[in-house]
Design a protein around this ligand. Sequence first.
Ligand SMILES: C[S@@+](CC[C@H](N)C(=O)[O-])C[C@H]1O[C@@H](n2cnc3c(N)ncnc32)[C@H](O)[C@@H]1O
Length: 321
Amino acid sequence: MSAEPLEIHLEQQDLDRGLREDVRVGLAATPKWLPPKWFYDARGSELFEEITRLPEYYPTRAERAVLAAHADDVAAMTGAKTLIELGSGSSEKTRLLLDAFTRHGDLGTFVPLDVSVSALRSSTEQIAAAYPGLRVRGIVGDFTRHLDRLPTGGRRLVAFLGGTIGNLLPAERAEFLTAMRAALETGDWLLVGTDLVKDPGVIVPAYDDAAGVTAEFNRNVLRVINRELGADFDVDAFRHVAVWDPRREWIEMRLRAEHPTGVRVLDTDVVFAAGEELRTEVSAKFRPEGVAAELTASGFDRRAFWTDPDGLFGVSLARAD
Ligand SMILES: C[S@@+](CC[C@H](N)C(=O)[O-])C[C@H]1O[C@@H](n2cnc3c(N)ncnc32)[C@H](O)[C@@H]1O
């Protein structure tokens, strides 16, 4: 079966409006910041895939190990008929779940949702070709805004992999989980991957690799703004920085102005002093009991928690209560 045409909940004009709003607010703030979803144009999505293959970037390998060991448990415990994946990207690891459902249950539909049209186009085509008989319905949407548009009917499993939930700030996370629960029926399931707190000596290099791929990924957001909003960021004036915040237990990716620089964007001149930083991503690291508490607080009951053999990454399976 070929993939169905993408269902578009984010038109180009919505993306343009959202980017303008985020740039206006984020560049006027002190310190300056931008939300991470703007990394992911076609180039950004490719760079992220490259990151997942870097020797320093353990989260993808560790999460894949968990799924390889427990995808059959997920299929057997949930008996899902529809698998929805949020922030699906290439859906590469998700194949482990699809394989398990092929062995066990009778999953009928796979619904990946992402802001990146290019990533969704290629993933839906590839998955549809590899899993004949599976209905593949890609949705271009924003998981912070469009959870009320997820398909209904039949037991659903929502997968949110890659530790992407850690890109939400704590209050946003609570809001997301509450909206997620409201979008589900009692008895539906959520599978969520979380990177775990560990030695910063392991975490920091995952966000600051020797080959400089993460630096390119980080700076890509400036290229997106230049192209989409006609801005004139001098991309080379910014250095990629990854900082571990021990109090909040998260990594921040930032872009640091190497020398005084400015950008003209949205009819405004924005100035960066030498050394001034723009925060582009937060990636929270979790403790197992903290994830359970957040799930419980939003109406989920965690039924399983698995980690890879090295205890780097955790995957929680929770039932909507
Ligand atoms: C860290 S990557 C993870 C990709 C994949 N799930 C994995 O585990 O490798 C985050 C993905 O979420 C998507 N994304 C980021 N913010 C989003 C949002 N607000 N709504 C929908 N997708 C989003 C990006 O385009 C990207 O594909």
